[in-house]
Design a protein around this ligand. Structure first.
Ligand SMILES: Nc1nc2c(c(=O)[nH]1)N(C=O)[C@@H](CNc1ccc(C(=O)N[C@@H](CCC(=O)O)C(=O)O)cc1)CN2
Ligand SMILES: Nc1ncnc2c1ncn2[C@@H]1O[C@H](COP(=O)(O)OP(=O)(O)OP(=O)(O)O)[C@@H](O)[C@H]1O
Length: 224
């Protein structure tokens, strides 16, 4: 029985400023489950990081080429004028083939730079020198002009793992979750089938990618 109900049954008045016991319980359960989700994410990150080096360089190379070709054929890529991609770390999808094509088609190619808790978006030109960040990522230097998120037509997302529904697991910084909160355009998630899982732990901030592109095919998220 709730505290409120037992107070009422006893004929006592309920102080208006004390939260209902059920509310407190719900809050506690919600908090707990957020902690559980975050622990599940950490466990999955650990598992995937252990698995990545076991796959052959030939697998990554072949899958990367197939995925790149699939993306080059997509309307969403062909029509995008301004694309936000990322500089690949080891075992990540490498978008170099797409970048070359984008320049040939006079598209703007943006790379993110970590700025505290957020990402600034910089338009990089062919051959431009990048800087190694503290996370070990090649980033544009601060002096490279920034572009507003509103001008981005397509975001190519990085991940450590994902599923065919477009749910992604990143490195745990929450950078893309925060960025995507302010973005309404298209998102693509290129990834390797062998590092994907069926269930990705997600919290209320996680947003699904519109389209997952793997060496096996294209997977778009159901709209319901
Ligand atoms: N290529 C790439 N760039 C990106 C991201 C990403 O996931 N991939 N990010 C996505 O948000 C942002 C940077 N966020 C990051 C947050 C944490 C770690 C991290 O913990 N790195 C490990 C080592 C990584 C590895 O396994 O090689 C570390 O520093 O110990 C990396 C990136 C912006 N740029
Ligand atoms: N918009 C937001 N506002 C507040 N907290 C957020 C927001 N987005 C994510 N977070 C929090 O940031 C933390 C890291 O999030 P999460 O583990 O999902 O990162 P990730 O998706 O793996 O990383 P990334 O987005 O950088 O690839 C979580 O505690 C999450 O709840």
């Amino acid at each position: 029985m709730s505290i409120t109900r037992s107070l009422l049954l006893e004929g006592r008045s309920v102080p208006p400023n004390i939260p209902n016991a059920q509310t407190i319980l719900n809050f506690t359960l919600a908090k707990k489950s957020e902690r559980t989700i975050s622990m599940d994410k950490a466990t999955l990150r650990h598992q995937i990081k252990k698995k990545r080096p076991l796959l052959s360089p030939a697998y990554y190379d072949k899958a990367n080429k197939i995925i790149s070709n699939r993306i080059l054929n997509l309307d969403i890529f062909q029509s995008a004028q301004t694309i936000l991609a990322f500089s690949a770390m080891t075992y990540e999808f490498d978008s170099s083939i797409l970048q070359q094509k984008a320049y040939q088609q006079e598209k703007k190619w943006l790379l993110p730079r970590v700025q505290g808790k957020s990402l600034s978006l910089h338009a990089v030109t062919p051959g431009q020198t990048l800087e190694l960040s503290s996370f070990g990522i090649q980033e544009p230097s601060l002096s490279v002009p920034t572009t507003s998120l509103q001008d981005v037509d397509l975001i190519i997302l990085p991940c450590l793992s994902c599923n065919h529904f477009g749910e992604r697991l990143g490195y745990g910084g929450g950078y893309y979750d925060r960025l995507l909160m302010h973005y309404t355009g298209a998102t693509l998630l290129p990834y390797f089938e062998k590092l994907m899982v069926e269930v990705i732990p997600t919290d209320r901030y996680d947003r699904k990618a519109d389209l997952v592109v793997t060496e096996k095919g294209l997977f778009s998220r159901p709209h319901f």
